[in-house]
Design a protein around this ligand. Structure first.
Ligand code: DGY
Length: 328
């Protein structure tokens, strides 16, 4: 029987490629060549499935150039690289990779919060530069985590994981804002109190962003919102670039409008706004919140599971636009 052919757009675990090869004709970009959109389309043409990694844009242009395409499985929980409406209109199923990365990403959110509030990287750079020659009472004094007010914007599974770490591990007071309020049981489990966005911005000592990116959430945090925050506050973005206006944030950090920021995601990444590189009170990491090998393997296997289920005539595990399945 003819095997469906699929494209794996970026280098991934060889064992996952081997799994896919049992059922599919696989073209795998294992040399991890960075393709332009035109090159991506060339490789995708004629393929019935795509294994994407969260950066390859699937939009109307790609879909009309690749009419054989039936499914794109993202190895990421975020799927702002997918134009879901265009995919649904073209009858192409989209899947993502939620849940398997929740705890790892929440761990990282907390690590970035602690590094930022306690000025870890700034002080390490100082030490490595050979500048440490005496003690002083205020040297790299930062902000406390324990007992502080933790604000969370976007209270999905990862936000809830961060809330629990803060409340149960560090005795923090947790407040959150979300499109929809959690039910009372979940709020109690997370020890989190729902507040309006303005109260969240004004009250949080540490504000963690975990909301999905969409045109509606573009620049959710800009100059106006930063001006509402406490001058002693820290801001952590592990959500997506574009949710924060990075240029406005660099100004706020330079002018000490807020104390510090920790950023794992950037507008236009892998490019980073050069102004952010000139301010010392920011911890910068290259989009690694889900980066542990077990979690990345689980994400890759989930994307593979979705492809295998779909072509095996079964319900995919984590579909985003199930309407497409109903039509088929
Ligand atoms: C995700 O899964 O969305 C993470 O940001 C990794 O890309």
């Amino acid at each position: 029987m003819r095997k469906p052919n699929i494209l794996v757009a970026r280098a991934v675990f060889p064992e996952v490629i081997a799994r896919l090869e049992q059922q599919f004709e696989v073209e795998a970009n294992q040399t991890d060549e960075m393709w332009s959109k035109v090159q991506f389309i060339e490789h995708l043409q004629g393929k019935e499935g795509a294994f994407t990694t969260g950066v390859e844009r699937i939009d109307a242009e790609v879909l009309s150039a690749c009419p054989q395409l039936k499914i794109c499985a993202n190895m990421a929980v975020g799927y702002n690289n997918f134009d879901i409406d265009a995919m649904t209109a073209a009858g192409v199923l989209a899947t993502n990779a939620p849940d398997v990365l929740t705890e790892t990403t929440a761990d990282f959110g907390f690590a970035l919060l602690m590094a930022t509030a306690r000025r870890l990287t700034e002080s390490e750079h100082y030490l490595r530069a050979g500048k440490w020659n005496r003690w002083s009472y205020d040297m790299f004094a930062g902000a406390d985590i324990h007992g502080a007010t933790l604000g969370i914007l976007g209270m999905g599974r990862i936000g809830q994981g961060i809330a629990k770490r803060g409340a149960l591990g560090f005795g923090m007071k947790v407040i959150y804002h979300n499109r929809s309020r959690l039910d009372a049981g979940l709020e109690a489990e997370c020890k989190a109190r729902y507040v309006g966005k303005e109260e969240l911005l004004k009250t949080a000592d540490h504000l963690v962003l975990v909301l999905p990116y969409s045109p509606e959430t573009h620049h959710t945090i800009g100059a106006t919102e930063l001006a509402l925050m406490k001058p002693t506050a820290t801001l952590i973005n592990i959500a997506r670039g574009g949710i924060v206006d990075d240029a406005a944030l660099a100004v706020a950090l330079r002018d000490k409008r807020i104390a510090a920021a920790g950023l794992d995601v950037f507008e236009g990444e892998p490019a980073v706004n050069p102004a952010l590189l000139t301010v010392p009170n920011v911890v910068l990491t290259p989009h690694i919140a889900s980066a542990t090998m077990p979690t990345r393997l689980a994400m890759a296997n989930l994307a593979a599971d979705n492809l295998l289920a779909f072509f095996g005539g079964k319900e995919p595990v984590t579909p985003l636009n199930s309407a497409v399945l109903a039509i088929k």
